[in-house]
Design a protein around this ligand. Sequence first.
Ligand code: PGA
Length: 260
Amino acid sequence: MGRKPLVGISLKIYQNKIAEAVNYAQSISQLTNGETDLELFILPSMGVIYPVAQALHNRENVIGLGAQNIAPLANGALTGEFSIESLVDLQGHYVEIGHYERRTYFHEDDELINQKIQLTLKNQLVPLLCIGEAQQTTGAELKTVFKKILAADLANISPAQLATLIIAYEPYWAIGKAAAAKASYVAVAHTMIREALAELIGPTADNVRIIYGGSVSKDTAGSLVNNPNVDGVFVGRFGHDPQNFAEIVQIVKQVKLQAN
Ligand code: PGA
């Protein structure tokens, strides 16, 4: 089953000014110019999503655009929210849903996350669903945790609709830290996620790309993706330097292409 490897970055609310965000997007676009073996994406800080979209369109680049969050409704009385209609208009492609910070600081529950996934699919965009466990957990128990989250987040969605789904495995305890989770732990977790997913949605689980996020750096990216169930990485702080992001892309490419 050929799942295209992915490397993406969320800028959270870093690089919030137009010039710095546009510079960053242009730099990574230049440094990864012409990349076709991997799928690349950027989720800019929401306030600068429009200029970043423009900058990316102008360069005929290969980096896809996405949003870090959307409202659960396409339009209406939801003060302060960001509508998927805007993202569609900007030719965005990815919607990050259920990040640890959204679940924790903004109290997003599985029902809300499920609504956002359904809305994303209805608009033919790609949901990037983040899941993770609060504390390091061993094999079988991990699978139970993932199955519970996935069953709730993907409720009432047919397997056929989920072929484009991307899951970002982001253990809560590895986000914002000095180093990523150990590659051996991540390999087990990704295998558990794919097994749990197969039990819920059947063979479509083979199409779903599962990427790792949480303190990924150029030092750890290679070992993290060195497993068939790890389809790429979701980068944060350690990709803020465009050179580092581009290096991570190269490292992932080497490991994944070698494996095929
Ligand atoms: P981090 O962010 O790499 O800065 O930990 C990753 C994430 O939260 O997606």
